[in-house]
Design a protein around this ligand. Structure first.
Ligand code: ADP
Ligand code: MG
Length: 330
């Protein structure tokens, strides 16, 4: 059984960055205003995510890392309108099958926190009282220690660190009321360091640099008709002065960081047709859709989404981008 669990866990947690995404989303779900990430050896040696959220109650600690244990879903109707990021209770459990997980947490009004380590879904010992200020710190050590082949494919630590910095950058420019940092263990300087609350443009300036922020235009679509009622989009897209080697597409749908390769391709096509010299744009978009129009369950990693009426929505966005580019080019 443990081999089956490990293989399933390896599907959910594919690389260090997937573990960090789940941990940060948990911190966001816990209403944190500050999320700090520390990484050693591209995340293979150590991942540490600290937040100042509401913490985890003592009585929830024993089952915290059991599969399908979640505090975020009670009925099937909830599943139809998932508001929080997590809803399957799978992430933490998975991490305990492929790494060593330690949780330090304190809830409001408590004089001390608790620390407890997990392995293969269960606590290794009773929670131990410890000093803590606010929120939760989760560390994952020796990720994939029991998956030799996986470790081999993840030899390049700097490659993974780049992905982690990219992930935190995306969170930082969307959640502008929250402070984020990401650094290598022992490093004095953080590689992502944004302080919320701030404006979207300032967040982008801090995280991606002034040369990106200076070349962005606001874009907005809000439409209500039968084909896609409740659809709203607002974002920032680069103008003709922004030149890059590859497209950056930061996409959030209903507050969830996702990828939609069809939409990304569609936008790239509009840029190539309208601004050939700036055909590798920077795109930030936040899309709101009725939850029943978004299928987040296509893959356990919940990254690539599929949308109901996808073609209609993509066409709307394409035409909005096109008219923005044309009007700015006049
Ligand atoms: P899910 O997020 O799908 O509920 P997870 O395995 O990611 O499942 O987390 C399990 C549970 O642990 C969550 O439902 C939540 O109650 C608790 N939890 C995890 N991380 C935190 C955190 N940083 N702060 C508060 N609670 C947390
Ligand atoms: Mg979660």
């Amino acid at each position: 059984e443990s081999v089956v669990n490990r293989i399933a866990a390896g599907e959910v947690i594919q690389r260090p960055v997937s573990a960090i995404k789940e941990l940060v989303e948990n911190s966001l779900d816990a209403q944190s205003t500050s999320v700090n990430v520390v990484v050693k050896d591209g995340g293979l040696k150590l991942i540490q995510v600290s937040d100042d959220g509401h913490g985890i109650r003592y009585e929830d600690l024993p089952i915290l890392c059991e599969r399908h244990t979640t505090s975020k879903l009670s009925t099937f109707e909830d599943l139809q309108s998932i508001k929080s990021m997590g809803f399957r209770g799978e992430a933490l459990a998975s991490m305990t099958y492929v790494g060593h997980v330690t949780v330090t947490t304190i809830t409001k009004g408590q004089l001390h926190g608790y620390r407890v380590s997990y392995r293969d879904g269960v606590m290794e010992h009773e929670p131990k009282p410890c000093a803590a200020v606010k929120g939760t710190q989760i560390t994952v050590e020796n990720l994939f220690y029991n998956m030799t082949a996986r470790r081999k494919t993840l030899q390049n630590a700097s490659d993974d660190y780049t992905k982690i910095v990219d992930l935190l950058s995306r969170f930082a420019i969307h959640h502008i009321n929250i402070s984020f940092s990401c650094r290598k263990h022992g490093a004095a300087r953080a590689d992502v360091h944004s302080v919320g609350p701030t404006s979207r443009l300032d967040a982008i300036r801090t995280v991606y640099g002034a040369s990106v922020a200076r070349n962005l235009m606001k874009i907005e679509v809000s439409e209500n008709d039968e084909a896609c009622s409740g659809f709203k989009m607002d974002g920032l897209i680069s103008n003709s002065n922004y030149v890059a080697k590859k497209i950056t597409m930061v996409l959030f749908i209903n507050g969830r960081m996702v990828e939609c390769s069809a939409l990304k391709r569609a936008i790239e096509i509009v840029y190539a047709a309208t601004l050939p010299k700036a055909s590798k744009p920077f795109i930030y978009m936040s899309i709101i859709l009725p939850p029943e129009h978004v299928d987040v369950n296509v893959h356990p990693t919940k990254k690539e989404v599929s949308l109901l009426n996808q073609e209609v929505i993509i066409e709307r966005i394409q035409s909005a981008v096109e008219s923005k580019l044309r009007s700015s080019n006049d």
